[in-house]
Structure formats: C-alpha cells, structure tokens
Design a protein around this ligand. Structure first.
Ligand SMILES: NC(=O)c1ccc[n+]([C@@H]2O[C@H](COP(=O)([O-])OP(=O)(O)OC[C@H]3O[C@@H](n4cnc5c(N)ncnc54)[C@H](OP(=O)(O)O)[C@@H]3O)[C@@H](O)[C@H]2O)c1
Length: 269
C-alpha cells in the first residue's frame, strides 16, 4: 500500500454544497490539484466523493483529507462516523483523518478521542492522522498520548493578518506539518495594498502572492474556489518565487486578526 506525502497545495471545500462541490472538485482535478480537503460538517462528502469516483484520476494519485466533527468525539460515535464518511467519499480510506476541533473544555477527554483516531489508522481507514485548531498546550498533550511520530498535521488558520507564528514554531520543533487554512481570509487578503503591490511587481495576481507566501513559509495551503480560472491561478502559485523583502513585507501584516473563531474554540495561544 502506497503512503503518499501530502501535496503542499490542495483544494478547500468549506461552504461548497451540492452540484457546486461536485463541479469544484471535478474542475480542480482537471486543473491538476491532487489534494482535496473536506470535513464531515461541510455536508459535501457525497458530492466530493462522487466527483473523485467519476474522475479518471486513480485513487492512489490524490490525497484526500476529512475531519471528524466534535459531536463524534467519543468511543461509540467516532469509528462509525469515519465509516460513514468513507461510504460517502466512495473510498476505503482517506489519506489524512483530522480531529476538526478539540473537545470543548475537554468534555470528552483527549485520550478517548485520540485513542479512536489511532484505532481508525490501525483499521486502515486512514493513512495519516492529525488534528486541527489545536493550541500548543493541546498539541503537547496530543504528542504525549499519540504514538511517537504519528501526529502528521495540525490544520490551523494562517493568513497574512493572522500568522499564528508560535503554534507554527512549536509544530516545526516537533516535526508536525502545518496546513494553513483560510489563506485569503475569504477574499479580503486579495484587496490588501501590500499584497497588491507585490503582485504588481511580479506581474501576477494577489492570490498567487498569498499562496506563494504560504508555500515558501513551509506551509501546506488549501484555498477554496468555485471558479476554474481562480483554480488555475492558484495552481500556478507553485511557480512564483517571492523575494526575501516580499516575505518580510507580508510578515509585517500580522495583526492577530482571526477569521474563524466559533464559541467552542479553544483558548487560543
Ligand atoms: N479546519 C478548520 O477548522 C477550517 C476552517 C476554515 C477553513 N478550512 C479549510 O480551508 C479552506 C480554505 O478556507 P476558506 O474556504 O474559508 O477561504 P479561502 O480559501 O481563504 O477563500 C475562499 C474565497 O476566495 C476566493 N478565491 C479563491 N481563489 C481566488 C483567486 N485566485 N482570485 C480571487 N478570488 C479567489 C473564492 O471565490 P471563488 O469561488 O469565486 O473562487 C472564495 O470566495 C476551506 O475550504 C476548508 O477546506 C478549515
């Protein structure tokens, strides 16, 4: 069985529903994306799965991530929910299974749901395991609970206005990859004057600058799009090389401005 590394650029599918989700995944595969990010709560696993099944891309050539929702973080619900996801996704396994959010106020103890996550891997339901929206304190606890070297990814918000440097540094020290979600701050980053000036200098788009910054910072990034031209633009960000002064200028945009902060979020670093 092949265990692939995660492609650094993927397609996010949050907010994509029904036919739009199906078409977005179909278009993304046509453009060349080989990494798709979904979640149980996005309510689009069936459409994402159908698009993957209908495509001519062999299963071993794409990297698929889903995330277990917080109502399933218990011994009875966890594995059945993963099996339901796989059924919807039309596959026997995902490449990466994430805990979408830590259990609020540890309502379910972490060792219980991380134990189920390990079980999912042992059962072959996923190749890799990881977490999302975990703080440094929660990552420390997770690293203590999980088998050594098995925590593959922490998926967290990273965009120029919220660079999440402390968590990223902790992950780097502990050999945990970081997927930066919400790379465009749902579009607002693309209107920023500094980003636009860098784009002009390189004769490219603001979207490519925002993504190249993530990629050159060592992050995995998962922009969402429903527009095939935007997907092509995003895909080409892998060819853009920003200069060190561009990276410094984007670094200065950090103002701790977080877009995704629901009531059940942890006590952020
Ligand atoms: N783990 C978590 O808790 C969590 C939380 C939030 C998000 N995520 C993941 O991260 C992914 C990305 O975040 P997001 O969906 O919130 O927002 P995003 O990717 O930052 O922004 C998406 C928006 O950017 C636009 N866009 C995309 N490419 C563009 C381009 N080249 N030029 C101009 N506009 C462009 C899209 O419009 P068009 O459709 O018109 O292209 C859409 O309105 C999600 O889909 C999800 O998979 C994870």
């Amino acid at each position: 069985m092949i265990i692939k590394d995660i492609p650094a650029l993927g397609l996010g599918t949050f907010r994509l529903q029904g036919e739009q989700a199906y078409q977005a995944v179909t278009d993304a595969l046509d453009v060349g994306f080989r990494h798709i990010d979904t979640a149980q709560i996005y309510d689009n696993e069936s459409e994402v799965g159908q698009a993957l099944v209908d495509s001519e891309v062999p299963r071993e050539e794409y990297f698929l991530t889903t995330k277990v929702w917080r109502t399933h973080l218990n011994r009875t619900g966890f594995i059945p929910s993963v099996k339901e996801s796989l059924e919807k996704l039309g596959t026997d396994y995902v490449d990466l299974l994430l805990i979408h959010w830590p259990s609020p106020e540890d309502k379910t103890p972490m060792d219980e749901y991380l134990g189920e996550l390990v079980k999912a891997k042992e059962m072959g339901l996923t190749k890799h395991i990881g977490v999302s929206n975990f703080t440094i304190a929660q990552l420390k606890e997770a690293l203590h609970i999980l088998p050594s070297g098995s925590l593959y990814v922490n998926q967290i918000e990273v965009q120029p206005f919220m660079q999440n440097r402390e968590v990223r540094a902790f992950c780097a020290t502990n050999d945990v990859k970081v997927t930066g979600y919400n790379p465009f701050y749902v579009g607002e980053v693309l209107k920023d004057e500094v980003i636009l000036a860098i784009a002009k200098k390189h004769n490219t788009s603001a979207a490519q600058v925002a993504l190249a910054w993530q990629l050159q910072s060592g992050l995995i990034t998962i922009p969402a799009s429903t527009n095939i031209e935007h997907m092509r633009d995003n895909f080409n960000s892998t060819r853009l090389t920003l200069a060190s002064d561009d990276l410094v200028a984007i670094g200065k945009l950090d103002r701790g401005d977080r877009k995704i902060d629901p009531s059940f979020a942890p006590d952020w670093d």
